[in-house]
Write a protein that binds this ligand. Structure first.
Ligand code: FES
Length: 232
C-alpha cells in the first residue's frame, strides 16, 4: 500500500503485531497489517488513514487530534486513528445490553435486571466487566445480572480505558432516565432517592464516594434547575 499505491499513511513499526503502527481497517475492522498477507484479503475493503476523511472534511477524530494537539511524534498516528475509528465502529455493534427496572411510584428501586451479550474469539474467553456496575451503583434488594459470551472468528478483544464500564453504566443510566420520565420524576432526584454509601454486592461501605457532591456541583454548573423537564 505504501510503496506501490503511495498511501504513505500505511507504516510499519515492530513488524510483529505488537505496536499497532500498521493498523488499517479491513471491512471496517481493525487489523495489524504486518500480520496479514495481501492475498488473504482479496476482495475486502481496506481503509487506510487516507480514507477516513470525506474529501476536504476530516473525520471527527482526525479533527479532534488536531484541535487537541495529540499527534505526539506523528509516526504511529495513522495507526492510532484507524484503530480508534475501528474501535468505535466495533463497539457500537457488539455489546448488547438488556436492562429492566422496577420501582415504586416514589422512585424506590425494587428490581434491576441487566444482561449483556458480548463477543470473544474462538481461542480465549475474554470477559469484559459490563453488568456488575448495575449491582453496585444504587440501593436495590433484587438484582439479577447476566453475561453471555459469543465466540466469533476474530482475534480476542482487550481492555482499554474501561470500555466495559462505559457500555454497562451507559445502558443502566439510560434506563434510569427512562424510568424517571415514566414516573414523572426529576432524573437527578431518582438517583438521589436510590443513592447508596455501601456496595450492595458486597454489603460493605465504600471507602470514599463523592458522587452526591458531584451531582450537586454538576447540577449547579449546568443550571439543572432551569432545564426543560421533557427529554429531548
Ligand atoms: S508494525 Fe507493529 S503491529 Fe504491525
Amino acid at each position: 500500500m505504501r510503496e506501490q499505491l503511495h498511501l504513505t499513511g500505511s507504516e510499519k513499526g515492530c513488524d510483529q503485531g505488537q505496536c499497532g503502527t500498521c493498523t488499517v481497517l479491513i471491512d471496517g475492522k481493525r487489523i495489524n497489517a504486518c500480520l496479514t498477507l495481501a492475498v488473504m484479503q482479496n476482495g475486502r475493503e481496506i481503509t487506510t488513514v487516507e480514507g477516513l476523511a470525506q474529501g476536504d472534511t476530516l473525520h471527527p477524530l482526525q479533527q479532534a487530534l488536531i484541535e487537541h494537539d495529540a499527534f505526539q511524534c506523528g509516526y504511529c498516528t495513522p495507526g492510532q486513528l484507524c484503530s480508534a475509528v475501528g474501535l468505535i465502529l466495533e463497539d457500537e455493534a457488539k455489546t448488547v445490553s438488556h436492562v429492566k427496572l422496577a420501582a415504586e411510584r416514589d422512585g424506590t428501586l425494587r428490581a434491576i435486571l441487566h444482561e449483556a451479550i458480548a463477543e470473544t474469539s474462538r481461542i480465549e474467553d475474554y470477559v469484559e466487566v459490563v453488568v456488575n456496575w448495575s449491582g453496585q451503583l444504587y440501593a436495590c434488594d433484587n438484582v439479577r445480572l447476566g453475561y453471555q459470551l459469543v465466540a466469533l472468528d476474530q482475534y480476542t478483544p482487550i481492555d482499554m480505558r474501561a470500555p466495559g464500564a462505559a457500555h454497562g453504566v451507559h445502558a443502566l443510566e439510560v434506563a434510569m432516565d427512562e424510568l424517571a420520565y415514566a414516573l414523572d420524576m426529576d432524573p437527578l432526584a431518582l438517583r438521589l432517592k436510590n443513592y447508596t454509601d455501601r456496595d450492595p454486592m458486597k454489603d460493605l461501605p465504600y471507602s470514599t464516594k463523592e458522587l452526591r457532591a458531584c451531582y450537586e456541583r454538576g447540577a449547579q454548573r449546568f443550571g439543572w434547575a432551569r432545564r426543560t423537564m421533557a427529554p429531548r
